[in-house]
Design a protein around this ligand. Structure first.
Ligand SMILES: [Zn+2]
Length: 447
């Protein structure tokens, strides 16, 4: 058996870079997606490497790919998940052609190099290496590359779950969702594996009033009714979810070297509420912490009025609400109604997915953490609840344990390039990601 350190990583990175560049050149901007071409490209590589592989067309020109490397069946499979589609790129904003897939200044450039074709290639290479090195696996490794993540996954992961649940029986999932960041926390490198995601709840808030001439204002102006309601929501601060604060603190307390005993004592003491109160100010000021620890409401759309001198009969707003795991949507809506406190306002849920989470005390999380610490001893590991959502939720719904982590150390510029301009990943970071994904798979499949 070939050991990890005896692998020629420079050669592996070179091969993986070529694959990623070619994969990026296949434009899978969603909409419309056209993921079939991406899936066919991956299938070609899998076939060449002798992997069992299938394509599942799910809509016109859209498809999902599943490859499998068999283990001895002692343990349940692991799924290596990524998505083939990418978000659009505003070409004028970029300093290189977004779909050229090139290496420049020590980085691989192009839409999808991080989100999520980069991760897809790390996963594919891991499978190829496990096969080449003839590793005796205790569980199957399943490579799942899906369509449509960027618009909700209905013809991607959701479609696979509905149509081929038998192919997705597994214990663990590695997916996107969190990243490692250079100097991420107080100047220290940090990895943020994502163990849960808030549930989006998009709602329409509408006011009906009395239409009329703008020269004669009245109390029944739909715009006024709506603005007052939105103002009440804006001034309201949703409570911190104590259970989440406590869980996060407990996690740190178990790992913190200096403050450990102080934190543990604090968590067990009646002073906890005082401590949480003090923490509230810090949490509220930081938009990332704030989003992780309470339900949030963001006003994203306003639709009202059509002429300078006409008071409209209807006025509408859309709110993007994100709910912490364990929040019931009907309860949340009734809370909103109480805060707004105006019968003339109608609330309608447009879209709602439940929040999802996986436990942290699992064998798989242990392996992820151990691998990261081995390859980046100076880095912190800080599990997060993500404010956004990924395909992990589809699999968590089926009882699988899913963590989201692109295990590279990205610069803040690289993190900002996700869904932004000049998306890229440095070769050094890509190499660390390839190594981490491979070693995570090796360990979880052989222990
Ligand atoms: Zn993504």
């Amino acid at each position: 058996m070939e050991t990890v350190s005896s692998l020629n990583w420079d050669q592996i990175v070179e091969e993986a870079t070529q694959i990623l560049c070619e994969y990026v050149r296949i434009d899978t901007t969603n909409p419309p997606g056209n993921e079939l071409a991406g899936a066919e490209y991956l299938r070609g590589i899998c076939k060449k490497e002798g992997l069992e592989v299938e394509i599942f067309p799910s809509a016109n020109n859209r498809a999902n790919l599943l490859a499998r490397l068999k283990g001895d069946g002692t343990k349940k499979p692991i799924i290596l998940l990524s998505h083939i589609d990418v978000v659009g790129a505003e070409k004028e904003e970029w300093s290189v052609e977004p779909f050229a897939g090139i290496v420049k200044d020590g980085s691989i450039w192009g839409r999808g190099t991080v989100d999520c074709k980069g991760l897809g290639v790390m996963e594919l290479m891991s499978m190829i290496l496990l096969k080449k090195n003839q590793i005796k696996l205790k569980r199957d490794v399943i490579l799942l590359a899906v369509a449509d993540e960027e618009t909700g996954g209905e013809v991607g992961a959701g479609w696979m779950i509905r149509n081929h649940p038998d192919k997705l029986r597994a214990e663990f999932v590695l997916n996107e969702g969190g990243v490692g960041m250079k100097g991420g926390v107080a100047g220290r490198d940090s990895f943020a594996p994502c163990f849960g995601e808030k549930g989006p709840c998009w709602i329409k808030v509408a006011a009906e009033g009395m239409p009329g001439h703008g020269s004669m204002p009245s109390k029944d102006n739909a715009n006024d009714i709506l603005i007052n309601a939105l103002g009440r929501l804006q001034r309201y601060q949703f409570p911190l979810m104590g259970k989440w604060v406590k869980e996060a603190l407990l996690y740190f307390a178990r790992r913190a070297s200096i403050f450990r005993s102080f934190l543990l004592r604090m968590l067990a003491s009646p002073l906890l509420s005082v401590f949480l109160f003090l923490l509230k100010g810090v949490v509220t000021k930081n938009k990332r912490f704030n989003a992780m620890l309470r339900n949030t409401v963001a006003l994203t759309n306003l639709k009202a009025g059509f002429k300078e001198n006409v008071i409209p009969s209807r006025s509408e707003a859309v709110l993007d609400c994100r709910l912490i795991p364990g929040t019931s949507t009907p309860r949340f809506i009734s809370d909103l109604q109480k805060i707004i406190n105006d019968q003339r306002i109608k609330i309608e849920v447009i879209k709602n997915y439940d929040a999802s989470q996986s436990p942290l005390d699992t064998e798989f999380f242990e392996v992820i953490e151990k691998t990261i610490r081995k390859n980046s001893p100076q880095a912190m590991v800080m599990p997060i609840l993500a404010p956004g959502f990924t395909d992990s939720r589809w699999l968590r719904e089926q009882g699988l344990i899913a963590y989201g982590l692109i295990p590279c150390l990205l610069s803040s510029e690289e993190v900002d390039s996700i869904h932004g301009r000049d998306e890229k990943i440095s070769l050094e970071s890509f190499k660390l990601g390839l190594k981490n994904v491979y070693e995570i798979c090796l360990e979880i499949c052989t222990r």
